[in-house]
Write a protein that binds this ligand. Sequence first.
Ligand SMILES: [Zn+2]
Ligand SMILES: [Zn+2]
Length: 122
Amino acid sequence: MTATTRTAAPDRVRSLPVLLATEDDAEDMGLLAPDDRLTCHVHGRWIHQCAASPLHVSPVTRHRWCRDCRAPLAVAVDELAVAVSMSCPRCGHGGSAATARLTTACRASLVAERAARYASAV
Ligand SMILES: [Zn+2]
Ligand SMILES: [Zn+2]
């Protein structure tokens, strides 16, 4: 019986469960900052799919939080344009370093999800 050779998927293409586990390990080992994760260990989803959840609002770190208005930022995800934006529904601003990092992670997770979907479709 001949062994079936499988072409290893490129490193960048990982399914959600695989990447979730990989990021959990990397985070535990101190190799990955929670802010840079493309997956969410609380919701078990891609970060752009659950960033709109109230759990991703933090007044302390200012993730999705407008300090001036004391209000959570609204999240807009455009999957086609691979665009993610977060802004305060009251003043239209409310950005912070933490929110910028979350936005960047959401964009990257959009790209990663698309790649994973494409890889599983072929
Ligand atoms: Zn989440
Ligand atoms: Zn505001």
